[in-house]
Design a protein around this ligand. Sequence first.
Ligand SMILES: [Ca+2]
Length: 498
Amino acid sequence: MKNLLFLRVISLVLALLLCTSVLLACNNEPAPGETPDDPTPDTPVEPTPDPDPEPAPEAPTYRVLIASDTHCTDLMDWYGLTNEDRMELWYDSVMEEHDRHPFDLIIIAGDISLDTHAGETCYTKGYSTSEIFMEDYVSALPKNVPVFVLAGNHESQYEEDWVAMTGNSRQCTYVLGNNTFIMLDSFEAAIGEVDNGGPYTQANVAYIKEQMDAYPENNVYLVSHTFPIDEGMGAESAEFREILCDERVIGLFGGHTHLNTLVQYNETCGNKIQAQTGNFSYTNGSYDTAFWGFRDLVITEDSAISSYIQVECDVVLNGEERHYDRKLTEVVDFMNPPNFGEYTAADGTVYTKLYDYIDYASIQGVAGQLSYPAINMLDDTDHSEWFPLFDGKQQAVITWEMTEPTAIANYVMVTGFHDLRCTPTSWTLYAGDSLNDLEPIDVREKVEMPDTARTHSQVFTIDPDLVGDYTYYRLVFTGNDTGTPGYEISEMIILTAN
Ligand SMILES: [Ca+2]
């Protein structure tokens, strides 16, 4: 379809050019009574008929596949399929997409297996399911398409073993036309470890700069198993953020979270977008929009569009058979990014986010150590953070201060994805001019949440009579519908009225 549209546009442009040249030719005709510049009479030139004019060269259109987290393993099964059936489905789905519109490059961004993993693994038992994945599935991919496989936290093979197995280094670069794909090794520091607890490795800034210098005119895409930009988790370096501000960096692709959402980094990262590449193993995102799949990236002269392709499949979810049709979700054009300052609800209503007005946030009642600053839980577009709030003897509370008195009229609760029993169903939102003067403005009791409520987003509207310009807000969780002692959400997004 795109090609067809493109050809139509080109035909239109050619037609316009033709008209323009005819007009220009007319203008060059000497006016009546004028002597032509060239005294020799023009030899009439017979127009040469061109029954089959050569079409103008088509702007390069590339299609790239970026998959991750396939987790080929004999340690466990997911959603009712054996490992073999699941891997065959992955392979068949990739080939179906290739038949639909061929790929020019395939990148598999890590966690192809569970080779290195806490406890006993196939690796400690002396074999590797990474090798099985490469031999049985990757090697059967189309021979004319370059394939690169990155290591995730579950593949701690030494460089020479990695090269022998995949054919590429743990860190590598591929140039496709005027696009440089820089593929990073975010687990370099954990090589050789059989546990997956090894430290994340910051993106290799020197390597990225070297590759960008080697192809100074190219657009750049960065791919890694993970880019932990936020504090905690071993955040990326200030130098890396600076690189992201370079206008040549078009976008990032990362796996690891098993989510497929788009994350927009803040201005210290040039507001660049990371498209998360989903999974083909266990799904952390919504079962409706983030089930098994991978991303593509279609590059034309003035667009770079990535879609999450959720594949057609038949699985078993919570004991029930379920059929999914192929569908595209979380689509982004890196060249024309969406407005991340807005939130569009499922019914199409558009709200403005108030994230920029949050001055400070704190969380009480967190189980264990919170890896993320509390403010990241009040929406930074990244839903991959989650926090377990543990009730026990203390309440689970989020308190935040606005930079100025601000009216919150709506908010979105985004549920967590680790323990669905802990999805809160009752809570109270308080507001006031000081922390000692908080009054309830929104009380919820036994809210209905879907059973499969992973990163489920639901908008709640505050009674307009109670909405006001307040500086302090406090959210107190008061119950979940299972009685499990704890609460978990992945985000709360505060909004203006629409
Ligand atoms: Ca967040």
